[in-house]
Design a protein around this ligand. Structure first.
Ligand SMILES: *[C@@H]1O[C@H](CO)[C@@H](O)[C@H](O)[C@H]1NC(C)=O
Ligand SMILES: *[C@@H]1O[C@H](CO)[C@@H](O)[C@H](O)[C@H]1NC(C)=O
Length: 332
């Protein structure tokens, strides 16, 4: 009986039902029922196996950590003479990707809606006041605080991704890392600086009130060096923002400066960077990360091109490079 059924099935699969062995009517009808039952059963098993295979594929996606959810609070520094030519374009594009953002300026503006810090002329003193203000009134709105210029372009998702292996409780900050003449690490002012919430609170509560460890005096063109010194005095570490390949994620110059040859030592900004880069560079070339976080705009209206190309354009015929794939490939 069982032998027969198996025999039947093997024929059924090859689509030659009529080759079922002849039998007595009663036995035959029984065998036919079993045959068809087993046939259905085996189809079911087949479907189950297929389903399991599919599930297994999916579960690889499902067991991956969820996308990073750290809240990024963006503090975007601008000035009255840049509101219409620069800040509005940033306001209309990437600033929306921050969990919260606040422009800081020396004057009010209807669209940019900055917090106003009037009558402070020195950049360092502005920064101190602005960071203190954010600590006082917005501290609970972010896990990480990005202090950045109005003409930078930021891929906030990539920042969140870089930070997913760190805790906002760590005393750490990131950016484009340089080394001063006194061997003090600090972040370049032409790119963003991101402070953990612990670092921000240490800066405001411990560094700022103490003149020995953090100067209240004007710093001219070197406010970021002083920030580096203050932070190191309260044990905040300058983090490494490069990716797993050692490629750079915070770029202080326009994209074309990197893509057309190498940086140019006879340009003052490039020289400054090349002289002080914390990490060694070969032939003035900066390897650019595919997990790029920050770059600088040369011509502000181009920011709409960046924004569209980053978030809207679908490239057909290439596998989607999702954050999930990246996390699978490089679980830091
Ligand atoms: C300021 O910092 C210095 C160096 O850490 C320390 O010796 C001094 O006691 C601090 N001053 C105050 C008022 O906390
Ligand atoms: C570097 O900059 C200088 C000054 O602007 C310029 O004369 C020179 O052609 C540049 N070199 C390269 C290789 O772009």
């Amino acid at each position: 009986m069982l032998e027969n059924s198996k025999f039947c099935i093997s024929f059924k699969f090859s689509g030659t039902q009529r080759h079922c062995p002849r039998q007595r009517p009663a036995a035959r009808s029984c065998s036919a029922i079993c045959c068809s039952l087993l046939y259905k059963l085996s189809l079911l098993v087949l479907l189950c196996v297929l389903g399991l295979l599919l599930l297994q594929n999916n579960s690889q996606l499902k067991t991956v950590e969820p996308l990073p959810t750290a809240r990024i609070f963006c503090i975007i520094s601008t000035f009255d003479f840049r509101h219409n030519s620069v800040a509005v374009h940033t306001k209309r594009t990437w600033s929306k990707k921050c969990d919260h953002h606040l422009f800081v300026s020396n004057d009010a503006h209807e669209e940019v809606e900055p917090a106003v810090f009037a009558h402070i002329n020195d950049k360092w003193q502005q920064m101190r006041a602005q960071l203190e203000y954010v600590y006082k009134y917005h501290f609970d709105e972010g896990d990480w605080f990005l202090y950045i210029n109005d003409d930078n372009y930021v891929m906030v998702e990539n920042l969140r991704y870089m930070l997913h292996t760190y805790s906002p409780e760590e005393l750490i900050y990131f950016g484009c890392k340089l080394r001063s003449e006194t061997n003090q690490a600090y972040m370049y002012d032409r790119s963003g600086i991101v402070l953990s919430s612990a670092a921000l609170s240490q800066f405001v509560l411990r560094a700022m009130p103490n003149q020995t460890i953090c100067s209240p005096d004007p710093q001219g063109y070197a406010p970021y060096e002083e920030l580096g010194r203050c932070l190191s005095n309260v044990n905040v570490l300058p983090g490494d923002s490069r990716d797993h390949l050692g490629y750079h994620r915070f770029l202080p110059f326009h994209m074309k400066d990197y893509f057309i040859g190498s940086l140019n030592y006879s340009l003052p900004h490039h020289k400054h960077f090349l002289d002080r880069s914390y990490y060694g560079l070969i032939d003035f070339k900066v390897p650019i990360s595919k997990q790029l976080i920050c770059t600088k705009m040369e011509y502000m209206p181009n920011i709409y091109n960046h924004y569209y190309l980053t978030y809207q354009v679908k490239i057909f015929g290439t596998p989607q490079r999702t954050l999930v794939n990246e996390i699978q490939k490089h679980p830091n």
